[in-house]
Design a binder for this molecule. Structure first.
Ligand SMILES: [Zn+2]
Length: 126
């Protein structure tokens, strides 16, 4: 599996070879999100490893000066994309939505009295 082939990471400059911009470019980000779908922790771990590597390379490249913004570039965008856990009308993932003890619809059927005593009719039953 080599799905970074179209937007490969070019070391030690840490640029996308296709876009020429700082890696990960937006395409590379989308690929990472797709590959680590549902596993944001693993993705962040992976990017933190890359960031450590990039920091070493770039610091050497910049003559011993560490460039700014590497955390935001490598890890920050993932955290910014994390869905907030307070979505209204959330799906099955949020507890408490599917409440037990819902009323059975059949209980709503009211049986009409066939021979009811209505009004003030005296019903002598003793
Ligand atoms: Zn690219």
């Amino acid at each position: 599996m080599n799905d970074d082939a179209e937007h490969p990471l070019l070391k030690p400059a840490w640029r996308c070879r296709t876009c020429g911009i700082a890696w990960p470019c937006s395409v590379a980000k989308l690929r990472l999100l797709g590959r680590y779908h549902g596993r944001p922790d693993e993705l962040i771990e992976h990017l933190e490893t890359l960031q450590t590597e990039a920091t070493e390379d770039l610091t050497r490249l910049y003559g011993g000066k560490t460039p700014d913004g590497l955390t935001g570039r490598f890890v920050g965008w993932v955290k910014a994309r994390q869905p907030t856990h307070s979505r209204p009308g959330a799906d099955s993932s949020s507890p408490g939505v599917d409440r037990p003890g819902r009323a059975h619809p059949s209980k709503d059927v009211r049986v009409a009295p066939v021979h009811g005593r209505r009004g003030g009719a005296p019903a002598p039953e003793e």
